[in-house]
Design a protein around this ligand. Sequence first.
Ligand code: MG
Length: 388
Amino acid sequence: MELLQTPAEAATRVGTRIESVETYALKVPLRKPMADATWVRPTWTVPVVEIRTDDGLVGTGCSGVHAGEELLCLAVQDYFAPMLLGRDPGDIRALWHELYWSDIHWVGRGGVVHMAQSMVDIALWDLAAQRARVPLWKFLGTHHSSLRSYNTDGGWLNRTVDELVAEMSELVEVGWDGVKMKVGKPDWREDVERVRAVREALPAHVALMCDVNQGWDLRTALRVLPYLEEAEVEWIEEPLHPDDVEGHARLAASTRTPIAVGESIYSREAFSQFIRARAVGVVQVDVTRVAGITEWLQVAAEASAHDLWVVPHCGDMMQVHQHLVAATFARKPAMIEYIPWTLDVYEEPCRVERGTVQLPPAPGASTRVRADARKRWQVSGVGGRVDV
Ligand code: MG
């Protein structure tokens, strides 16, 4: 695209204007279908928003869903876009506040509307970093220059014990020192057997995380956790229903295994309740589920103030989170989950070598979509474009 201004002019100009807002969605096939305690899926869908400004820049925001991509795009296009056109994209926090308290606040303080707001917010931060001509992690103020990742691209419930052990061992052989497996089989004894088999097969220094995907009730969780403690599990993720703050607090008080929650928590207020109730040890705040980078930073700040570990769930498949964790104070090791389902979508895919994230050098939030990816995977009939 031809720039209307030189980058230097764009960088010094105060007050650009949003000229158009475009949404679409990509349905990306997965290499292997997988299952956890709640679902089985062959694809992952990436809803996208592109916000164009009168200085020729394009900010891109993305999300990640199993279903409902048309709802996210619709919320952006029909409700948020009219509020954005003609506005200065640099007024990120003012716009966040206006979108949050817009007419659809009452039908979507969490879930679809909140996730749609995240797409917009990510696009605005992408624009701001592009305008400053630095990658977002530098724009936000670098804290960590290198990040570890733990691998969650395996360990699914639909694997046999032998397949599971082989899969986890292969991940360690190619360089990861942290891996995650799903638990939540109908008979909890089977979970214990699977965890023990994997733990025995892995070297002692490798961290093993377990994810229940809300599959237990408190009674089951209290029964199983002593076994997972014995297996030195690094954390237990989403053991209970994500609204059950009290249940998580009781569980946390009963075990030395840290409780991880966040992928199903949609607001800083809800995170704050978990943190104040001592119901969470690992804060997995996901930038696509809370309303964007603006809210993510607030959750991370509160977690940091309580000396909690922030290791985000990556609904964006790492693209934005690599920037955020590199710029957060939450205690070491700085880490994100490795889940490479959409690397082929982006012009600058997240690069991970032997478990270490190579932070991206290009300006922005690493969200720009490849033209050929759009051509191959765009979902017909979803999204649209609104111009000034
Ligand atoms: Mg999870």
